[in-house]
Design a protein around this ligand. Structure first.
Ligand code: GLC
Ligand code: MG
Length: 596
């Protein structure tokens, strides 16, 4: 009896620090993006694959992430490295087989990791059998894509039906001899846009979702959503006046090819597919994350139409390493936090396969501070592979350029467009090809800095980006991060800080301070009324000259150039030590009771 009471007491004690029972798994997740060509090659062909990913899943557990999203692994001619899909329901032999996929999912589950697939609904490959049949006008595929007669000029030549421009440059229309018509492609010409006005296309793409749900996936990252629907009367887009080059995507506005209301309605339909699946199976939510480069209101609108969350690209699109602390606060943090709907789950993204790496877009010195912002603000954090060790962009020659967005430009301008520099192989260690492949020759060259910048070295080092990352993912699991309020403050021109706090406990406060200047700054944290007079450094960026455990004063604190610090009330870490020693004492008491 007495022991029962003690055990109940123990459970209650531990319960205090546990997180809210109503939270669904995805709302607090740290998500990791794997670019499959570049993560781990198992068969020595210089291209990453599924068995490679499976062999390295322990890394994700070690890094403390909860879920991973894999960029496309479906059969593809690789015109856009997997974003041109020739079969939505299979695996490309470069990456492996469906069996490899099932094994990967099983291993992920056994490690407690959730698996998110990339769903690419806007277009297929021009080698998809749907398109091959559509070119030949074979039903029901005839209208699976957007076909249009050209405009016949007086001299007899045919030109595209209107002035729409492809994201990758050039007309969004390509002439097809077989069909004697133009087809629409908002991306590369090898990526014909599917016709969402056709109910059969809508139904076929829903089947794709169910196919992967049946294989055990936990959700989808949905690619290029704003481009789904186009105006079916095909008007010319208005000119922006920004450039004279009619082949540049910025030549026209995209009023008739992006953000149509029907696109949002389709997202809502996909949500219904996911929710039905959940209801008819185990009740665990399957999630949908929307990739939409859009203004704030168009982005937030995805919450109203069924997305679990639209990616928050503010730290990518609105600011960079040249931004002031005020700009970071206003254009990235406040812009999101002041506009996100009530009760919606926020998210933070600092990199992906389409963007220059954090160390290059900001600076190598800011990697830890940016990871602090990404991982300690409310909601989901999204980490692109390699950012946990601060990988940097690698310059790629014109000859080695692979990305269609780079190849579509010319030798003088490709560097402005190419996404290859941020897609180089994961730097695991200092062996051949950074431990990515046994081959010396990899699909993109390994970054030349891999001998010193690699995961193994950072595991061995006392202080490293990776160790900071691990400390951050550990901290994320605490209630103050999962449930706490957020308060963002500009401390001076160069220093931004935010606190996370639990209303129930005043010593729970945690403050992240980030200096965006190239010099040391003296600041005061008086703006955080609830902070105690002295604080303790809990996590420090690697070049900050401060170490965990150092006591600092609220009224005057020195923060070095580009540093990031996580500060806590001295009682916060002490408190958890007291709790655990209390637990141990109680256990001893239980044991003592049992013995006598
Ligand atoms: C998305 C992807 C990008 C791809 C494009 C076309 O923006 O992130 O990599 O090129 O869609 O599918
Ligand atoms: Mg479209």
């Amino acid at each position: 009896m007495r022991m029962g009471i003690i055990v109940l007491g123990l459970i209650a004690l531990l319960g205090c620090s546990s997180v809210n029972g109503d939270t669904e798994w995805w709302q607090t997740m740290s998500l990791y993006q794997i670019y499959p060509r570049s993560w781990k090659d198992s068969d020595g062909d210089g291209i990453g694959d599924l068995q490679g990913i499976e062999s390295k899943l322990e890394h994700l557990v070690d890094a403390g992430v909860d879920a991973f999203w894999i960029s496309p692994i479906y059969p593809s001619p690789m015109a856009d490295f997997g974003y041109d899909i020739s079969d939505f329901m299979d695996i490309d032999p470069i990456f492996g087989t469906l069996d490899d996929f099932d094994n990967l999912v099983a291993t992920a589950k056994s490690l407690g990791l959730k698996v998110v697939m990339d769903f690419v609904p806007n277009h297929s490959s021009d080698e998809h059998e749907w398109f091959i049949n559509s070119m030949a006008s074979v039903d029901p595929y005839t209208d699976y894509y957007i076909w249009k007669n050209g405009t016949v000029l007086e001299n007899g030549t045919i030109t595209p039906p209107n002035n729409w421009v492809s994201v990758f440059g050039g007309s969004a229309w390509t002439w097809n001899n077989q069909r004697q018509a133009y087809y629409l492609h908002q991306f590369a010409e090898e990526q014909p846009d599917l016709n969402y006005w056709n109910e059969e296309v809508v139904a076929a793409m829903k089947e794709v979702l169910v196919f992967w749900l049946d294989r055990g996936v936990d959700g989808f990252r949905v690619d290029a959503i704003p481009h789904l629907f186009e105006d079916s009367t095909f008007p010319d887009e208005p000119l922006t006046g920004d450039t004279d080059d009619p082949t540049d995507y910025g030549y026209v506005e995209h009023d008739y090819t992006k953000h149509l209301q029907e696109t949002y309605d389709m997202v809502q339909q996909w949500r219904e597919v996911l929710d039905n699946y959940t209801e008819n199976s185990d009740g665990v939510p399957r999630i949908m994350m929307a990739e939409a480069y859009a203004n704030t209101s168009m982005t937030m609108k995805y919450y109203d139409y069924g997305a679990h969350f639209p990616f928050n690209f503010n730290l990518i699109s609105n600011v960079d390493g040249s931004s002031t602390a005020a700009e970071i606060k206003e254009s990235a943090l406040d812009e999101w936090l002041n506009n996100v709907p009530d009760n919606a789950t926020s998210n933070w993204v600092i990199g992906n396969h389409d963007q220059s790496r954090v160390a290059s877009r900001y600076s190598p010195e800011q990697v830890d501070a940016m990871n602090m912002i990404n991982l300690l603000l409310p909601g989901v954090s999204v980490t692109y592979y390699g950012e946990e060790i601060g990988m940097e962009d690698q310059w790629i020659s014109w000859e080695d350029t692979q990305d269609p967005q780079g190849c579509g430009a010319d030798e003088d301008t490709y560097e402005d467009y190419t996404r290859d520099p941020n897609r180089t192989p994961m730097q695991w260690d200092a062996t051949t090809s950074a431990g990515f492949s046994t081959s010396n020759s990899t699909w993109l060259p390994v970054n030349s800095n891999y001998l010193t910048l690699n995961l193994a070295a950072q595991i061995d080092a006392d202080v490293s980006h990776y160790k900071v990352f691990q400390e951050l993912t550990t901290l994320r699991k605490e209630a103050v991060i999962q449930e706490g309020t957020v308060n963002v403050q500009l401390l001076n021109d160069n220093v931004m800080a935010f606190s996370r706090e639990l209303e129930s406990s005043s010593d729970s406060i945690m403050i992240v301070v980030t200096n965006f200047a190239n010099h040391t700054e003296m600041i005061s944290l008086e703006a955080f009324e609830n902070a105690p007079d002295t604080l303790v450094v809990s996590i420090a960026s690697i070049d900050s000259d401060l170490t965990a455990g150092t006591t600092v004063s609220k009224s005057s604190l020195e923060i070095s150039a580009l540093a990031g610090l996580v500060l806590r009330a001295s009682t916060a870490s002490g408190a958890s030590a007291v709790v655990s020693s209390g637990v141990i004492t109680l256990f001893m008491a239980v044991l003592a009771n049992l013995r006598y």
